[in-house]
Design a protein. Structure first.
Length: 257
């Protein structure tokens, strides 16, 4: 039986709850629902913008707090706001690096997006699934909260250029993409800004390191090596195992009550 003080559960989406890029298994949904009914506050924290979280949740958990863009966006009570955006100077410097390395990208504003990559790239299967936004030119985005490089002449080079600018950089080697966010913007930092300090976290990838490090109980889904030192427990990346781990939170909550 778990002995937990935290009554907030924070879930990454892709590779943690969602394994096909589009849906969450009914077993996982049922386990999260039981957790919420037991009094647990729910937070979904993703690299996706809020716009692309909504179709995956498909109307479930409407009172949950959403963190998008790896912490650059938050949605509380249905109101989406940008917590962090690239300043004009740093965006200009980043776009110089994008041009230097002949990079193509997905740039997210608080709601709309710009995309210059190939139509065949798998990332498009996760972008605006609900048809909620507009695809526009980069210059039409009032703010840019995240930029994902989906191709370049040298992905490592463009990643290093972003680090040199002091940006938050996540280089996903297995997907051959590089994720840029404004400096010091992480899912954990967004949680703190919302006044959440005690929580249980589920994550699967390099952009979940800080989130899991700050958790009372940190659950690694799958086997990403970057999470080895911060996870308290590891579960296989399959719906049955993840649902079973989430169900432990419900029992822990009942025991605490």
């Amino acid at each position: 039986m778990l002995d937990l003080h935290a009554r907030t559960a924070v879930f990454d989406i892709d590779g943690t709850l969602c394994f096909d890029g589009r849906t969450i298994d009914d077993r996982i949904l049922a386990a999260i629902d039981a957790c919420e009914r037991d009094g647990c506050q729910l937070v979904f924290a993703s690299a996706r913008p809020v716009r692309d979280l909504l179709p995956v949740l498909d109307g479930a958990f409407p009172t949950a707090t959403l963190i998008g863009g790896n912490g650059s966006l938050v949605s509380v009570d249905g109101t989406v706001r940008a917590r962090a955006a690239f300043g004009p100077v740093e965006l200009g410097a980043l776009m110089e690096a994008v041009e230097r390395y002949e990079a193509t990208y997905l740039a997210d504003g608080p709601w709309d997006y710009a995309y210059t990559g190939p139509a065949s790239h798998p990332i498009l299967g996760r972008v605006d699934q609900g048809g909620l936004a507009r695809r526009v030119d980069l210059a039409q985005l009032d703010q840019v909260v995240k930029l994902l490089v989906v191709g370049a002449s040298d992905l490592a080079g463009v990643a290093d250029a972003g680090r040199g600018l002091g940006l938050m950089v996540n280089h996903h080697l297995e997907e051959a993409v590089v994720d840029f966010a404004p400096a010091a913007t992480t899912k954990w930092e967004a949680l703190v800004s919302l006044g959440i300090s005690e929580y249980v976290a589920f994550g699967n990838d390099i952009n979940d390191v800080e989130l899991l490090r700050g958790a009372e109980r940190a659950v690694r889904v799958g086997a990403h090596p970057s999470l080895v030192d911060v996870a308290h427990v590891t579960v296989p990346a399959d719906p049955e195992s993840v649902a079973a781990e989430i169900s432990l939170l419900t029992r822990a909550g009942r025991a605490a009550a």
